[in-house]
Design a protein around this ligand. Structure first.
Ligand code: PHE
Length: 340
């Protein structure tokens, strides 16, 4: 009987293993457990055994039955799993295509250009690597003047031009002022110059490469109130109607009088908090164009007046969205960038 049991196990195993589809397995089941199946025939033989041997052999047959059933079950699940692989669930929700978006600096540039274009300012573009003359000299900053130290400038190894001097990575967009006067020649001038700028600085509010925009307006009868009105228009449109500006006296060589422009803090709404100076955040510099700068651009300072202003784009975004460290802008961390 023992050899027969082994034989049945072997045969059943072969049948199960050779099944390629579920239907084969159904057929194997019949051949094993059916009316004339291997197991049925085997079980019937039990009655031929002497009484004393029956319990032991019965137990062996039961074990065999269990084992075969187990194998059938395993094989069945592996066949059905394989069969379901290539099928497609057409009711499953589709996968969303991920779409990128503009970097937040580009978004702010677009918005700034739109706001100023409504006031008639047109966008101009001037060199990022420029002559000393346009970056400093024409802006009433003679060579070796200590005021230049405020612009932590990168100097470029270049030949010295007798008129324009050496070359620098523009530390501010004010290099566009005299260039714009030379382009337009006869006022009115309404320029918005947006460009990358470079300074040897890095901390929470500075990166060595950043963006500035520069506004320049030259016409007859231009006054400080026009400058203030322009700022208020920008601030209301960019930051929202609850924010206002103030002008604080300052000094620049290329404007007279000069101001620093502050905007009310968005966190405390002007009440004073950890982030701001008693309710105000410093936005940028501004002033009435110095007569010497107009002369450098060959515009008659007795007839025309103008105002100019400039500030960092990263800083305005940080002030709008309360970002605590502007170095985040350039770390390329997708978790940060996706939020905007
Ligand atoms: N260029 C100045 C700066 O970078 C800002 C400024 C622009 C000031 C125009 C006055 C007029 O700080």
């Amino acid at each position: 009987m023992d050899t027969q049991i082994k034989k049945v196990l072997e045969l059943a195993r072969a049948k199960i293993n050779s099944a390629k589809v579920v239907k084969d397995l159904d057929q194997a089941y019949i051949e094993i457990f059916g009316k004339d199946g291997l197991m049925t025939v085997l079980t019937k033989q039990l009655s031929n055994l002497p009484q004393k041997d029956r319990p032991k052999t019965g137990t062996l047959i039961n074990q065999l039955k269990k084992e075969i059933e187990e194998r059938l079950k395993k094989k069945r699940s592996s066949l059905t799993a394989r069969r379901s692989l290539p099928s497609i669930d057409i009711t499953a929700p589709g996968k969303k295509q991920e779409i990128g978006h503009l970097h937040l600096v580009s978004q702010a540039i677009e918005e700034t250009v739109k706001i100023f274009s409504r006031l008639g300012f047109s966008l101009q573009s001037y060199p990022e690597v420029d002559w000393d003359w346009y970056a400093f000299g024409s802006l009433n900053m003679p060579k070796n003047h200590p005021a230049r130290d405020d612009w932590e400038t990168f100097f470029v190894k270049s030949e010295i031009n007798p008129k324009y001097g050496s070359q620098v990575l523009t530390p501010h967009t004010s290099n566009g002022q005299v260039r714009e006067m030379e382009r337009v020649k006869i006022p009115p001038v309404r320029m918005l110059n947006i460009s990358r700028c470079y300074r040897r600085q890095i901390d929470v509010s500075h990166t060595p490469m950043f963006h500035q925009f520069e506004g320049l307006l030259i016409d007859e009868d231009v006054s400080i109130s026009h400058l203030k009105g322009t700022f208020d228009y920008f601030t209301t449109n960019f930051f929202g109607p609850s924010r206002t500006t103030r002008l604080r006296p300052h000094h620049f060589r290329f404007t007279e009088p000069s101001f620093e422009v502050d905007v009310t803090c968005g966190v405390c709404q002007g009440l004073g908090c950890r982030l701001c100076k008693a309710g105000w955040l410093e936005l940028g510099g501004a002033g009435m164009v110095h007569p010497k700068v107009l002369s450098a651009g060959e515009i008659d300072p007795t007839r025309y007046k103008g105002f100019a202003f400039g500030w960092g784009i990263e800083r305005t975004i940080a002030m709008k969205t309360n970002i605590p460290d502007i170095r985040f802008f350039y770390q390329n961390d997708i978790r940060f960038l996706e939020q905007f």
